[in-house]
Design a protein around this ligand. Structure first.
Ligand code: CA
Length: 232
């Protein structure tokens, strides 16, 4: 749906199962999105256990206006399944979540990127971007594959944050309320792109476009696409 609405990238949050499989899941536990069908930390469950959780029905109950029958019984996808489905045709913006609790996550992520032939495209045209709030996780990625573009996330960024990020990352992702034109200029002076998160209201999107930000995280790519086209 995001791609149909003109998103340049689709975002995946990564967690790792107890048996070491990378899955696309925002939360550290399954509780919020399994509607009572499961409980517990993703990292304490095997992939087989996780696959038994219904992670679609809760959405229909929480958002009856957007409910669809095909969401009932949906399973948590692995990152491999996402790569298999979308291939090299789309751009991926992948976040390592709880990396300290998931040792080996970066190596597994890099191996998957390599095995799907995405490494060269990531390096040459940012087909894949890796983001994290964990500087340690990004520094590890940088050591493993210095040519993969990295974005350091933070609530806000001062000069020390920019200076530190610029040693291993190509961009920063900041809470959109903290992003100003001056900050974007300072980041650009460090050769860092700026991707504010998460702007869903057109007013916020308009303001961020005016700051010169390089990209915007949003749950409503169609709204942003319309604004960008309206702005030429
Ligand atoms: Ca995320």
């Amino acid at each position: 749906m995001a791609l149909e609405r003109g998103a340049d990238y689709i975002e995946q949050d990564l967690q790792m199962t107890a048996d070491g499989v990378l899955v696309v899941m925002h939360d550290e536990t399954v509780d919020r999105t399994s509607g009572g069908s499961c409980t517990g930390a993703v990292g304490s469950m095997t992939l087989a256990e996780l696959k038994r959780c219904d992670v679609g029905s809760w959405f229909n109950e929480a958002h009856p206006d957007r409910a669809r029958p095909e969401y009932v019984g949906l399973q948590t996808p692995t990152l491999q399944e996402v790569f298999e489905r979308y291939g090299a045709e789309v751009r991926y913006y992948i976040e390592t979540k709880s990396p300290e609790a998931s040792p080996g996550m970066e190596e597994k992520l890099l191996a998957l990127i390599d095995s799907f032939g995405l490494h060269e495209a990531a390096a040459s045209r940012w087909q894949v971007v890796i983001q994290s709030f964990s500087a340690a996780s990004l520094q590890k990625m940088h050591a493993l594959a210095p040519d993969i573009p990295l974005v350091l996330l933070g609530a806000s960024g001062d000069e020390a944050f920019l200076e530190s990020a610029s040693r291993y990352a190509q961009g920063i992702g900041l809470d959109h309320g903290s992003v100003t034109g001056r900050l974007v200029e300072a980041a650009h002076a460090h050769d860092l792109v700026v991707h504010p998160y998460t702007a869903d209201r057109p007013d916020d999107m308009r303001r961020l476009i005016a700051t010169g930000a390089d990209g915007i995280f949003t749950n409503y790519p169609g709204r942003l696409r319309l604004l960008l086209e309206g702005n030429g």
